[in-house]
Design a protein around this ligand. Structure first.
Ligand code: GLN
Length: 567
């Protein structure tokens, strides 16, 4: 105990919690990290969350979201892994560009430095040079965030070839600051159906393997279908050298937002603070979070949302990863309005193949066309948008969904028959949506990585519009005067400025614009034409948080509830 008190006097020391995966991937390491962040911030600490992806891609932007999950864009414009979205949603805070790293990013810095003679003629090696680059990035992330604690997820599992250097960097930080570093292993305990008993052996093996790196875990999070019983807790404690009260039971949960409360059932924040020498922190205040999490279980009635997209032969499971932020944004707004959303994936190609099928959309209270790229299913999406407009079904277009909503409007209301985006038809007579001038050159030289219009840009809102009303209702801007907001982007194309006047004359309202008025950020139909038909060039879903739902999603769900009532 005396030893622990001495540690707590080390007030200047930034604390590091490294979270590693044992046995297998995909068991909720990211949610565990986000939840550790949540419980520590509920104890009054300022927390930073960092994700390390061991792959060689320099960022997540070039990866197929259907295979790897959505690309989550930060304010800085960095294209990251979907876990970063969960981190921001749990912490209710924007994360910085230093809070994400990949092997590709690390190696690129080292190689660039070598090319600039930055290593003074030395032979450049994985150890120490690559490891040192990782160390300096971790330290920079801690400094930039100004937080008390960094919780760092090392991607992959213990024993992988690709994350070994990151584990070694963590070992070195621990060696230098033994009182300031804690290791957590998130492991999986299978319950084989033939045995019907939870098995600890794979976890024991994973911990032993971690030991061979020179790292001893301080905590084990025992992920399983069932809660961990005392017998197995003791067994793990003895075999893995971890005190029983530092083994946290983490059974499957109905909602990921329950995980922080589950952790607290095992007094996780108490033992973590003790390990960090920060026992003096105030008691946990998770009241607001609990209230939100309960909404996931309760709610009066449902609202039925159809998401029309280009879906390949994938199951719902993969799709929910590819559109994770959209789904969560729908949930947050629905929960605040007291309803539960029911989400269906609707394949745009079905409407293309059989246009009569589009009338299936009448079963929905609201329709979303999310972000996307390329040709597949485009005409089907436009058929869906037309149906939503003509049948006054609330419609919300996200990025591509806004561009296609404008194309549909141009074709059928503004009388520009051949209107299209040049992403699909470069020779269209009416290029309503065209490539951003600075993007043309980038594509010509195949400069695809991190080269779109990315990240946060301001958007001015026009008073008297549905968009403006939505931000006022959410208390984000004042009523009666034009306002401004900041939203995240990821696109190469934009509404062609040459057609704006014509589109406006035909009734389309551009209710959000870039401050220099050159880029159309939000398009909507006026109330007398449609109850809610709105699209955004930005991605509002990237800024939707459990405790701060996105104003435009809330307005869309409200309109959808209205339809559901009147149906
Ligand atoms: N493909 C469109 C563009 O590049 C839309 C992008 C998106 O939906 N994120 O502008």
């Amino acid at each position: 105990m005396a030893n622990r008190r001495a540690r707590s006097e080390n007030k200047s020391g930034h604390k590091y919690i490294f979270v590693l995966g044992g046995v297998m991937s995909g068991v909720g390491k990211g949610i565990a990290v986000a939840s550790i962040g949540k419980i520590l911030s509920s104890r009054g600490l300022s927390v930073n969350l960092v994700k390390i992806d061991p792959y060689l891609n320099v960022d997540a932007g070039t990866m197929n979201p259907v295979e790897h999950g959505e690309v989550f864009v930060l304010d800085s414009g960095l294209e990251t892994d979907q876990d970063m979205g969960n981190y921001e949603r749990f912490l209710n805070r924007d994360l910085g560009a230093d809070d994400y790293m990949t092997s590709g990013m690390v190696y690129r810095s080292v190689i660039d430095r070598e090319r600039n003679l930055g290593y003074g003629g030395k032979c450049v090696e994985a150890i120490p040079h690559v490891r040192d680059e990782i160390l300096s990035r971790l330290i920079r992330a801690a400094e930039q965030s100004g937080s008390d604690v960094s919780v760092i997820e090392i991607g992959g599992t213990i024993g992988d070839f690709s994350n070994a250097l990151f584990i070694d960097a963590a070992r070195v930080i621990h060696l230098r600051h033994p009182d300031d570093v804690v290791f957590v292993v998130v492991s999986y305990l299978p319950v084989p159906s033939t045995i019907g008993e939870m098995k600890t052996k794979p976890t024991q093996t994973a911990v032993r393997e971690l030991n061979s790196y020179g790292v001893q875990p301080d905590f084990i999070i025992a992920r399983s279908t069932h809660p961990l019983d005392n017998k197995r807790k003791e067994k793990l404690a003895i075999s893995c050298n971890v005190e029983p009260d530092r083994i946290i039971s983490a059974p499957d949960v109905h909602s990921i937002y329950d995980v922080p409360m589950n952790f607290e059932r095992d007094h996780f924040s108490d033992t973590l603070l003790e390990a960090l020498g920060k026992e003096e922190q105030p008691a946990a205040d998770l009241s607001e979070w609990k209230k939100f999490a309960e909404h996931a279980h309760n709610g009066n009635g449902t609202v039925k949302i159809g998401i029309v997209g280009k879906y390949f032969d994938t199951g719902d499971f993969i799709l929910s990863d590819a559109y994770l932020s959209v789904i969560e944004a729908i949930k947050f707004s629905s929960y605040t309005l007291g309803v539960k959303p029911e989400i269906d994936w609707l394949n745009a190609k079905d409407y293309q193949n059989d246009p009569d099928k589009v009338s299936d959309l009448k079963a929905y209270d609201g329709i979303i066309v999310p972000g996307g790229f390329g040709e597949t299913g485009i005409e089907g999406k436009i058929l869906g948008i037309k149906y939503a407009r003509e049948h006054k079904i609330p419609y919300f277009g996200l990025c591509y969904g806004m561009q296609l909503m404008t194309v549909e409007f141009a074709r059928h209301i503004a009388g520009l028959k051949d209107a299209n985006t040049t992403e699909i038809n470069p020779d269209t007579a009416h290029p309503i949506v065209d490539i951003l001038p600075e993007q043309k050159e980038k594509l010509a030289r195949k400069d695809y990585g991190g080269s779109m219009r990315l990240g946060a840009y301001p958007c001015d809102l026009v008073k008297g519009t549905a968009a403006h009303d939505a931000y006022v209702a959410a208390g984000r801007i004042e009523s009666g005067v034009d306002g401004s907001t900041s939203e995240r982007h990821r696109h190469r194309y934009e509404i062609n400025p040459e057609y704006i006047e014509q589109l406006e004359k035909a009734g389309l309202v551009f209710s959000g614009k870039s401050p220099d008025r050159s880029l159309m950020e939000i398009a909507e139909l006026p109330k007398h034409m449609h109850p809610f038909m709105l699209g955004t060039q930005f991605h509002p879903e990237l800024r939707a948080r459990p405790l701060a739902p996105h104003p435009l999603f809330t307005a869309f769900i409200k309109a959808s509830m209205e339809r559901s009532k009147n149906k």
